[in-house]
Design a protein around this ligand. Structure first.
Ligand SMILES: Cc1cc2nc3c(=O)[nH]c(=O)nc-3n(C[C@H](O)[C@H](O)[C@H](O)COP(=O)(O)OP(=O)(O)OC[C@H]3O[C@@H](n4cnc5c(N)ncnc54)[C@H](O)[C@@H]3O)c2cc1C
Length: 792
């Protein structure tokens, strides 16, 4: 039976493009109508390698004399569960660190047979945060290195061209350029004319400009996966396919063994790289591990070969049109990230060797197809190869998930790589492997750590709702304080209705609905605010938005609130903060907290004290307050976002037998050494001087800081200083020598430099100070007892 909706969209396409020869092959038509999938569909792209990956593997193994294991070993140091691109990268990096013979990777189907063979192969791009940027650079460098060494990775350095249809997008690109340059990536902002010169087949009539990254490129994700696999096998790594992991055995919060369809394996570590299945793998242990990811449909289309297509055409991203396009086998390969996506596999994920393709929905894809044909008009002459509807795993907040899970101590996870796994796999694999081998990650990826979630984020209903919105974020303008409109009301304070009635506009932190600011309706403020969003009807309250890079529309509201707090009295609602009761029968709790915290916590009952909780390097793991409610009883109050991190740190560092013999706090030795030797970065306060907050783009965090024209760090915290009437930036300043190595930083070094902060491509001069300036106060605090967060 032919579905009537399907017929309609075919007609729409044909009517719309009736003068073009963008032809749907008959095989695809039969697919649309729900008929059997003709093998014609598989012609072209996949028939040669991807669709028959098992055959490919066999052919390749035969020629390279490499074989997979029939059965897993009985023991392994590390079990990697999931043989996609990410699992293979972890395996490869562990093998390169010398652990090859002690590692086994299990794959329930065929290696690289899930998302990793469907990837479009865009490799590179620019992210607005340092760790993500580093991960991308590492992945790209690995692909190049392997390619230069003669391995077949499909790597092609064709450059990445990101198109801008709006001025705000150009501002976004300027911010990307600032971060990219600071990370040593060459990149340019181009005019529409220059853009046309980089790629003469694109329609530039509506463009404001573009962002050009010459060293970016594309790869063949499957070939890259296979190369990593081959190199890992050469180092003695064990790999077993058609081997389903079904249970994870735990003792004393440690994984001790895994049960598979081909036998048990005792192990020291497990890495869950299960892609779409990562959340399910999390449910195979007791306690369950929460991996908040959900699959959503992702479409890509390829065309047949078309005469005259330049094989080195840049990898195009047109985020305002929600699409991407690249050359592939003489034709085009294109896909997109629609604003509202369709969740997939809502009830059940496909089994090991089950077909994972979904029926394509031309109605849904048509919006993107229209943009593709508009952007590259010559595509209208192409014959369709096929449209695929596949799935990618998206996390609850769109960012990648990685790290050691809070529930168990030897269990790592990588998940929610969405449609960026090929670009991330190399860097993430290296990070996880080093973390396992050395005990610490090789970069600070706080924002990507799985500890940023709560169990509530793993709720199925929440994820199903949220995943509709997450893919669309990928190409959206990353405005500051962007908030989701789905998955709301996870946690609310008892006074939520009163806050709402008082005009609160809410932001979500750790699932908690918190007022970001208040509309002052009595002053007629509401007219100034943009409060519309696509599914407004389903949300019973106003959600904060900041759809600008410049002065935000909530400025006046916040100014009033600031004045009220500074001049009058403020009542703060701490409901959303993380709170823990810590107590003991004897005075063990005092000893334990003295060991965990760097301040002296032996304070009188009824008092409260602020403290850091340091790690062995002296860095901050937590920044909290402790209220002593009884001689052996404290309440810890930590930032909302620190909830999982705080409890995990407490659990992992409290002595299991309840006794604390060494009362020196964790990190003391490192801090004393720093005090003696000096430090290699200092937290400074920068006040912008020639910045006009009315018209210039604002600093929102992550802006590069320059000292005497040399990049020395990025801003971590920024805001408008209502008393100083200017933008204030806080950030770490480093001292790089000629070879790029970090030297010591002294207060004299800080004060001797001239500073600039780069905001969206414009460097604004800034005055520097080592501490926040003392603002006039009605009730000055005694300086000796003052807590100065930014003091050296
Ligand atoms: C259409 C499309 C286009 C894309 N384009 C790009 C792009 O241009 N650039 C980019 O960077 N990324 C792109 N991606 C994303 C990228 O392909 C994925 O993010 C990446 O492949 C994910 O790799 P993975 O190893 O995490 O997951 P997968 O490749 O899905 O691997 C997970 C594996 O785990 C196995 N597994 C699950 N459960 C078990 C179990 N219990 N026992 C044993 N094995 C198990 C599965 O069988 C699977 O093989 C695209 C993805 C798609 C679908």
């Amino acid at each position: 039976m032919m579905a009537s909706g399907t017929v309609m969209i075919l007609r729409t396409i044909n009517n719309h493009w009736k003068n073009a020869s963008f032809v749907l092959p008959s095989s695809c038509r039969s697919f649309h109508t729900g008929g059997p999938v003709s093998t014609d569909i598989l012609q072209g792209r996949w028939a040669s390698s991807h669709q028959y990956q098992q055959l490919d593997l066999e052919e390749n193994f035969a020629s390279s004399k490499l074989v997979l294991d029939d059965l897993p070993p009985k023991e392994a140091k590390v079990v990697v569960c999931g043989g996609g691109m990410v699992g293979t990268s972890v395996l490869y990096h562990l093998a390169m660190l010398g652990w090859g013979k002690d590692v086994v990777m299990l794959e329930q189907g065929r290696i690289g047979g899930a998302s990793s063979w469907r990837g479009s192969g865009f490799l590179g791009g620019v992210k607005l945060t340092g760790p993500e940027m580093k991960i991308l650079c590492k992945s790209k460098a690995l692909a190049k290195e392997l390619s230069d060494a003669g391995h077949d990775t499909g790597w092609k350095q064709c450059g990445g061209l990101h198109l801008a249809r709006t001025r705000d997008r150009i501002t976004h690109f300027r911010k990307m350029r600032a971060i990219a340059e600071a990370n040593g990536t060459e990149c340019y902002i181009l005019s529409p004319e220059e853009t046309a010169k980089k790629c003469d087949i694109i329609n530039t009539s509506d463009l404001v400009g573009s962002f050009w990254v010459p060293n970016d490129g594309v790869c063949d994700p499957y070939k890259l996966t296979f190369t990593l696999l081959k190199l890992a096998l050469e180092q003695g790594a064990h790999v077993v396919d058609e081997c389903h992991l079904s249970r994870i055995m735990v003792q004393n919060e440690r994984v001790v063994a895994v049960e598979t369809s081909k036998g048990m394996i005792e192990c020291d570590y497990i890495v869950n790289t299960g892609g779409l299945w990562a959340r399910n793998i999390g449910q195979m242990s007791e306690p369950q591990v929460k991996v908040p990811v959900h699959p959503a449909e992702h479409y890509f289309l390829y065309t047949q070969k078309l005469d005259g297509i330049d094989p080195t055409m840049p990898a195009l991203r047109d985020p305002d049109g929600n699409i991407y396009i690249r050359e592939f086998n003489g034709g085009f390969l294109c896909g997109g990230f629609e604003k509202w996506a369709k969740p997939s596999f809502e009830k059940e994920l496909p089994g090991p060797l089950q077909d994972r393709e979904l029926l394509e929905d031309w109605d849904h894809f048509f919006v993107m197809l229209k943009e593709m044909l508009f952007r590259v008009p010559v595509m209208k002459k192409a014959s369709l190869g096929c449209l695929y509807n596949t799935s990618c795993a998206f996390s609850a907040d769109h960012r990648w998930i990685l790290g050691m899970v809070p529930e168990l101590t030897n269990y790592f996870v990588v998940g929610g790589l969405r449609s960026g796994g090929s670009s991330a796999a190399g860097g993430i694999g290296s990070m996880i492997a080093e973390w396992i081998v050395s005990g610490t990650p090789n970069m600070d990826a706080y924002d990507l750590d799985i500890l940023r979630f709560l169990p509530a984020h793993n709720n199925g209903k929440f994820l199903l709702d949220r995943v509709r919105e997450v893919p669309g974020i990928h190409y959206s303008n990353a405005y500051p304080f962007s908030d989701f409109t789905t998955g709301r009301c996870l946690r609310m304070s008892p006074i939520f209705p009163r806050l709402k009635a008082a005009g609160a506009v809410f932001g979500q932190v750790m699932g908690y609905e918190r007022p970001s600011y208040f509309l002052h309706k009595s002053n007629g403020d509401s007219a100034d605010y943009e409060t519309t969003f696509d599914n407004e009807a389903s949300i019973p309250f106003q959600i904060a938005t900041t759809k600008t890079w410049t002065k935000p529309q909530w400025f006046e509201s916040v100014a009033k609130e600031y004045a009220a707090c500074r001049e009058g009295v403020a009542l703060l609602d701490y409901s959303s903060f993380a709170k823990f009761d810590v107590w003991s029968k004897g005075d063990e709790v005092v000893q334990a907290l003295q060991y965990l915290c760097s301040n002296d916590l032996d304070i009188p009952v009824g008092n409260i004290i602020h403290t850091g909780m340091q790690n062995s390097y002296g860095g901050y793991e937590n920044d909290c307050s402790l209220a002593r409610t009884a001689p052996n009883h404290y309440m810890m109050i930590a930032p909302s976002i620190q909830q999982t991190r705080s409890i995990t740190w407490l659990k992992r560092n409290l002595p299991s037998d309840g006794s604390v013999k060494d009362i020196d706090f964790i990190g003391r030795e490192a801090l004393e050494q720093q005090k003696k030797e000096g430090v290699k970065r200092l937290y400074v306060h920068l006040q912008l001087e020639d910045h006009n907050p009315e018209v210039d783009p604002w600093a929102w965090g992550g802006e590069p800081i320059y000292r005497d024209g040399v990049f020395v760090g990025v801003t971590t915290t920024t805001g408008y200083g209502f008393t100083l009437n200017n933008l204030i930036c806080l950030g770490f300043v480093r001292n790089y020598d000629k070879n790029g190595n970090m030297d010591y930083v002294t207060p004299e070094y800080i004060m001797a430099g001239d500073y600039e902060v780069d905001i969206a491509g414009v460097r604004y001069s800034a005055s520097v100070s080592l501490r926040s300036p003392s603002l006039p106060s009605k009730f000055p605090e005694p300086q000796s007892n003052r807590y100065l967060a930014t003091q050296t």
